[in-house]
Design a protein around this ligand. Structure first.
Ligand code: GRF
Length: 203
């Protein structure tokens, strides 16, 4: 049996990408990060991929007539590499059916709130603004909506007295870095199944 092949999509800092790379290096990911897909040629995540020796597909959306056009190119690259799982890690674009349909049940995202609360951008700021006492992290399957796919795992993070965006972000990101590699390892071990909106996990 060949190894379980993962493509990570990211647009920015790439600290989640890094946690996946580190988990692979320490042998706990259960799969191989085969490709980074990045829509921002200047993003810091590119340097991380270079240092980790991960192949990259970097593109600029403005060079294409439509989202479908660049997604078709990405899809070819993913097929060529026989990618098993797409892991979105701060990829700041909605996806179309070109990628969502063939990878239904095999594409996941991490979001810094307890969904369905605080979808979209600046979820941590939205939670503080609202005044919730508990927020957290969600890993979910990707569909064509914004953070609307079936939930795979959630971890709660308490909002404490005096928290600001920076302090809460630090605690949320620390949880992300534990949870995401763990969830990816469940996929690599074949433990997660999606049937309609039902997510089941084999222990
Ligand atoms: C993370 O907080 C994640 O929850 C959200 O985007 C952020 C990406 O950060 N989807 P990074 O690029 O992994 O550092």
């Amino acid at each position: 049996m060949g190894s379980y092949r993962i493509a990570v999509f990211a647009s920015g800092t790439g600290s989640n990408f890094q946690s996946l790379v580190d988990a692979q290096a320490s042998g706990v990911l259960g799969g191989e990060i085969n490709l980074l897909v990045c829509d921002k040629p200047q993003a810091p995540v590119i340097q991380r991929a270079r240092e980790a020796g991960v192949d990259m597909f970097v593109f600029q959306p403005k060079d294409y007539a439509s989202r479908e056009d660049y997604e078709r190119e990405i899809a070819l690259e993913l097929q060529r590499r026989k990618i098993d799982l797409i892991v979105l890690a701060g990829y700041m674009r909605l996806l179309t059916s070109v990628l969502v349909e063939p990878y239904t049940g095999r594409m996941i995202n991490i979001h810094p709130s307890l969904l369905p609360s605080f979808t979209g951008k600046n979820a941590i700021g939205q939670a503080l603004e609202y005044g919730v006492k508990i927020t957290g992290v969600t890993v979910h399957f990707v569909d064509q909506g914004m953070d609307t796919g079936p939930v795979i795992a959630q971890r709660a993070v308490e909002v404490v007295e005096g928290d600001d965006e920076a302090s809460l972000t630090r605690r949320i990101q620390a949880v992300e870095k534990q949870l995401y590699p763990e969830v990816v390892s469940w996929f690599a071990a074949g433990k997660i199944r999606l049937i309609d909106r039902d997510v089941t996990m084999e222990i």
